[in-house]
Design a protein around this ligand. Sequence first.
Ligand code: PHE
Length: 338
Amino acid sequence: MEKRLQSLKQEVESIINGVSTLQEIDDIRVKYLGKKGSLTEISKQMRDISPDDRPRFGQLVNETKTAITELIEKRMERLKEQIKEQQLKDEIIDISLPGRMISTGGLHPITETMDFLKDIFIEMGFDVAEGPEVEFTKYNFDALNIPDTHPSRDLQDTFYILENVVLRTHTSPVQARYMEKNKPPFRMICAGKVYRNDYDISHTPMFHQMEGLMVGENISFANLKAILEQFVTKVFGKTKVRFRPHFFPFTEPSAEMDVECVICKGKGCRVCKHSGWLEIMGCGMVDPEVLKNVGYNPEEVSGFAFGMGIERITMLRYGIDDLRAFFENNMRFLKQFK
Ligand code: PHE
């Protein structure tokens, strides 16, 4: 009997280190210590043993049971540790592997330029205003002293929605709306989309403009020149500018402002049509009629206004020679501005 118990313990000792799962250990536990296990079977033989030997036998069974239990528990603990170690090894993150880049978008060069130009004026104390793209003829034309007979009222240039509603043909109606709501002195700019029924290599039916207006006592053409020259310097660096007389129904006198060609530095090239100059904006002193239309007294206040095409300035900033590039949404073109 003693031998049998001894060999049970040895059996367990010999197989216990070979197991690799918790289930296998549990199987061993059931096999040796369970209700129908080997040890239980042996202890049943207690009946056949003489009463004198029983205490010794009982003690031996208990010792064996404790020894086997200990063996199993030790192995179980060790196995749990091994499983955990393996898990940690498997789950290790290799931080030396380069991450996947998230590709981000960028601003369209027109938007980027618009923000850039706006910031220059914001720095000079200009307020930023907005107005609707679908506009009443009252603001797009009448308030700006554009009479019914003016060619820009012609159906050829303007997209009419209703007889008195158009897609704004310039940002100037925002001037009129702003003056209605605000009292001088003020300085404001406005930028956005404008629409004209014009489509060829150098015109698109939708394009962008930026408009500026400054009204107050004793505002003069000298103020206009000072502000615009400072603006141009910020955009293109130190360049020569010139003002040529022009006509706009809402300014008097009116001018167009040219900068020395940024491509050839005034020597003459294809871009400036060999003149050495590039026209970049229209401007002038606000016509007294326009001031009257919004309820100002032209005897008390005066002002200047200017308007420019954003596409044109973007092309000059980046040396883009085809207007269509802005509207084709070619990713290879757009990605260059990120
Ligand atoms: N609105 C004019 C245009 O679209 C530009 C301009 C604005 C001219 C303000 C003078 C003053 O051509």
